[in-house]
Design a protein around this ligand. Structure first.
Ligand SMILES: *Cc1c(COP(=O)(O)O)cnc(C)c1O
Length: 236
């Protein structure tokens, strides 16, 4: 049976090889280990192999793990849907939020970010496929939200995030990620200084890297299948 360490190595190799295949420097791609539903001990095991950044989808679960792993100081990325009554915990604990889709949430995070903390790094989440069930804002709404978020103190707008409709076909995967890259390029032309494309998961990270991903969010390929049924969150 393969261990978490073996699977982490396999994922690192996939990232490395995809980067080289597409003419990119592997060092420009960050692996975010998506640890939702996994127990704190599993994160400890992954940290012992040198992994520092973890993605969580549920606020209380992130808070519990931040507590359990306080001695190791992981870097926390919040990647799930965020309700306004939960922003304070995230503003206090997270280093990154990838799932900004409303100005109200961004304003609250900005107001609630503790004064002594470094700026909260944020990405706007785009709904690429106009699926009603999916999180993220419509591409047309991006420029206006980027303008608001870029102007908020204590937040630093870094780029875009998306979860395209699942596909087994590499060319189809690539087309979706290329659209996100083009939206990012459009925002850069409008004067935003963006350096982050958060895209690619266990099943499609190669296509995402081909199109310029700088953060890939990988769960099952590292941890194996998730431990408990989802609580209505996306991507479960
Ligand atoms: C669960 C999740 C992932 C990881 O998905 P895997 O297919 O397990 O790699 C990535 N991003 C988001 C937003 C998720 O919810």
């Amino acid at each position: 049976m393969s261990t978490i360490g073996d699977r982490l190595d396999t994922v690192r190799t996939r990232i490395h090889e995809a980067a080289l295949r597409h003419g990119r420097d592997p060092a420009t791609i960050t692996l975010l280990a998506v640890s939702k539903t996994q127990p704190a001990e599993a994160l400890r095991e992954v940290m012992a192999c040198g992994q520092r950044a973890f993605g969580e989808n549920y606020v209380q679960e992130l808070a519990d793990k931040a507590d359990a792993l306080a001695d190791l100081r992981p870097e926390w990325h919040f990647i799930g849907p965020l309700q306004s009554n939960k922003t304070r915990l995230i503003a206090g604990l997270a280093h990154w939020v990838h799932s900004i889709e409303r100005d109200k949430i961004a304003r609250r995070l900005s107001e609630q970010r503790p004064g002594e903390a470094v700026d909260l790094q944020v990405c706007l989440q785009v709904n690429l496929d106009a699926e009603a069930s999916k999180s993220g804002l419509a591409p047309e709404a991006l420029p206006a939200l980027a303008e608001v978020v870029a102007g908020l103190p204590r937040l630093r707008l870094r780029g875009l995030m998306a979860i395209p409709a699942p596909s087994e076909d590499f060319a189809t995967q690539r087309r979706a990620f290329a659209r996100l890259r083009e939206m990012q390029e459009d925002l850069i032309r409008r004067g935003h200084q963006l350096d982050t494309l958060s895209m690619g998961m266990s099943g499609d990270l190669e296509a995402a890297i081909a199109e310029g991903a700088t953060i890939v969010r990988v769960g099952t390929a590292i941890f194996g299948s998730r431990r408990v049924a989802g609580r209505g969150g996306q991507g479960l």
